[in-house]
Design a protein around this ligand. Structure first.
Ligand code: LLP
Length: 418
């Protein structure tokens, strides 16, 4: 199978499903994000079918890509959602997501966000500290509601990923320290407006091995046993997200082997299994299409200055992340070693270093694996309007987000009266 199924060359043209990317450029201009509907569905189905008969719920981690059309597509094929803010809650509801399939994660839920989620009757709050649990109890009591809760336990395992996206070590801000979890579960029995229904962990993102997941699962099962002895009715185990994808030469486990490993770790237990995948559902289902504005030669380097920048895709600048960059039309020009950079006034504004490409001004490039944490982390830095987003379905293209206009950029701003 090709590295990026649904994104393949037909003759010399890179296509998304059956649409050549140069057609997308002519219709929608650049920079723009382009997604394959089939790739999104295939990624979801691979997780879903691997659970076979086991009771489960896939809660797509909205932060990876929160565009309404993507949320709507996942809602239609049965997905639940993992949210981390009131804004994400609003998006999921607007996109037709079922509130009874929403879990609410995050270390700093505000009172207003808790209220909105209680009104919506979500499936579960993943609570990350004793003070948060107390606040939720208080708010639920004021509203005459009972809040369904999992405690997010920090199992203190090393996810062996980039330090910025590793969350399951005891020095990280996330979750309840493993050694304190049982005590907090026990004391939660005194909180009248909290109903404990689950157990949750999430240890990090872009994990390329199964071992840390298995280690975390084993610790959680030990805790589950104790809780059951204390007669807690644990209805579900939320095993978080974090499965990595292939950006370059990584070789992460497939969704199928990941799910099978989790199911075997949980063994005969009857609890429903929840997972919260983000990147692995959308990452390789999207690319960022950009156009070469200028080729600039200096004594030291060749730069290709493109019309997408760190405000569109911050991952290279923020994590030194590698994204493959492919020519949209293959040509016979001379190959050179290019630094692919954007127009933003920072040296950190690059999309790729040392890429061997044959380029002329105006060429189109596809920055691959950009479906996750691309658009959702984009900004207006340098007062650059946010890119358009296009969903491809077979030979059809759909504009799912218009390019932001210059008027929209300053719409909420005011100058002083004098
Ligand atoms: N659940 C929780 C509680 C999370 O914090 C996250 C991601 C996920 C699920 C989904 O993880 P995934 O399956 O996508 O790995 N901006 C970074 C990634 C940050 C991940 C934050 N939490 C990046 O671009 O690599």
């Amino acid at each position: 199978m090709s590295k990026f199924p649904y994104f393949e060359y037909h003759n010399t043209k890179l296509c998304v499903e059956s649409v050549p990317l140069d057609r997308i450029f002519r219709e929608y201009d650049t920079p723009c994000y382009v997604y394959s509907r089939s790739a999104l569905i295939a990624a979801f189905k691979e997780f879903d079918s691997a659970f076979a008969e086991r009771d489960h719920l896939i809660c797509y981690a909205v932060k990876a890509n929160s565009s309404l059309a993507i949320l709507n597509l996942f809602a239609k094929i049965g997905s639940g959602f993992d949210i981390v803010s009131g804004g994400e809650l609003q998006r999921v509801l607007k996109a037709g997501g079922d509130p009874k399939k929403i879990v609410f994660s995050g270390v700093g839920k505000s009172a207003d966000e808790m209220r909105a989620a209680l009104i919506a009757n979500i499936l579960c709050f993943n609570v990350e500290s004793e003070v948060e649990l107390g606040t939720l109890n208080q708010i639920a009591s004021e509203m005459g509601k009972i809040a369904p809760v999992s405690l997010r336990v920090n199992p203190d395992v090393d996810a062996r990923t980039h330090p910025y996206i590793s969350t399951g070590l005891k020095e990280n801000k996330f979750g309840i320290p493993f050694v304190e979890a049982e005590k907090l579960y026990t004391s939660s029995k005194n909180l009248t407006n909290i109903r404990i229904i689950g157990l949750d962990f999430h240890i990090g993102s872009q994990l390329t091995e199964l071992a840390p997941f298995t280690e975390a699962c084993k610790k959680m099962i030990g805790l589950l046993d104790h809780l059951e002895e204390e007669s807690f009715q644990i209805e579900h185990l939320d095993l978080g997200g974090g499965l990595g994808i292939r950006y370059f030469e990584e070789n992460p486990p497939s969704a199928q082997s990941y799910v099978e490993a989790l199911c075997s770790d949980i063994g005969h237990r009857s609890q429903r299994i929840l997972i919260e995948p983000g990147r692995s559902l959308v990452g390789n289902a999207g690319l960022l299409l950009t156009r070469v504005e200028y080729l600039k030669h200096t004594d030291h380097r060749d730069f290709a200055i493109v019309d997408a920048a760190m405000n569109d895709l911050i991952r290279p600048a923020l994590y030194d992340a590698y994204h493959e960059i492919l020519p949209v039309n293959i040509n016979d020009n001379k190959i050179k070693n290019y630094q692919i950079v954007g127009p933003v006034c920072e040296t950190g504004d690059f999309l790729g270093h040392d890429r061997k490409l044959a380029l002329v001004k105006g060429d189109l490039l596809a920055v691959m694996s950009a479906g996750a944490y691309g658009m959702s982390m984009s900004s207006n830095y340098n007062s650059r309007p946010r890119a358009a987003e296009i969903m491809v379905d077979g030979d059809q293209t759909h504009l799912i987000r218009e390019r932001e206009s210059l008027e929209q950029l300053i719409f909420n701003e005011r100058t002083l009266p004098l």
